[in-house]
Design a protein around this ligand. Structure first.
Ligand code: HEC
Length: 184
């Protein structure tokens, strides 16, 4: 009986070592068009969301050990598909507004950040004032992009302004700062 137990432990150990060789996609691709948002908003996203929704994932030591590594990599790769702050600027204004609304919905419903993430990242838990900040940011983007009545065919909308401001801000860091302060 003891011998059998020993064999099982050895097999389990070998199995554990064996699964470490299963390749896991743990990447941090180049940040191409990071979210532009007031610093107060951005720092919340950075602390609470960026590990799963950007190319700036901090991969902790346990994310390198199977089978936990599989779960973490799955959440990150899956999370980036839905929302990737590192590619935010590649979306047009309308997509940004839709996604900002979805962000607020997920936060309001308490679905994000994912519960599984919180025990090891207590800082990521959103308090009421942080939620309020996200709500305000999302609503302002929405208001800036309110579409004209469908029948006018007029294309000049707030969302156009949002796009232009973002392009400006890339060229001129001062202008960018001003824009942030206005929003703050
Ligand atoms: C531990 C990883 C993780 C963290 C942290 C995280 N998310 Fe997610 N998020 C995911 C995954 C995985 C999905 C894919 C769909 C799902 O599982 O609901 C997702 C989906 C989403 C979606 C799309 C939902 C849908 O169904 O279309 C939004 C919006 C979102 N997250 C916002 C956020 C915001 C905002 C934060 C920070 C406050 C955040 N997430 C933090 C992993 C995470």
């Amino acid at each position: 009986m003891k011998a059998l137990l020993r064999i099982m432990v050895v097999l389990l150990g070998l199995g554990f070592i064996g699964i470490q060789f299963v390749p896991v996609e743990r990447t941090n691709p180049v940040v191409r068009a990071d979210l532009e948002a007031p610093p107060g908003v951005k720092s919340i996203f950075k602390t609470s969301c960026y590990d799963c929704h950007s190319h700036e994932t901090v991969w902790p030591w346990y994310s390198k050990i199977a089978p936990v590594s599989w779960l973490v990599a799955r959440d990150v790769n899956h999370g980036r598909e839905y929302l990737n702050f590192s590619e935010w600027g590649l979306m047009d204004a309308e997509e940004q507004i839709d996604l900002a609304e979805e962000i607020w919905e997920e936060v309001a419903e308490g679905k994000m950040p994912l519960a599984i993430y919180l025990p090891l990242h207590p800082d990521a838990k959103l308090n009421d004032s942080q939620k309020e900040t996200i709500k305000t940011w999302s609503m302002r983007l929405h208001e800036a992009g309110i579409k004209p009545p469908a029948n006018t065919g007029v294309k000049q909308t707030g969302s156009l302004t949002v796009t232009l401001q973002q392009e400006d801000s890339k060229e001129d860091p001062d202008e960018h700062e001003k824009h942030h302060n206005e929003l703050d």
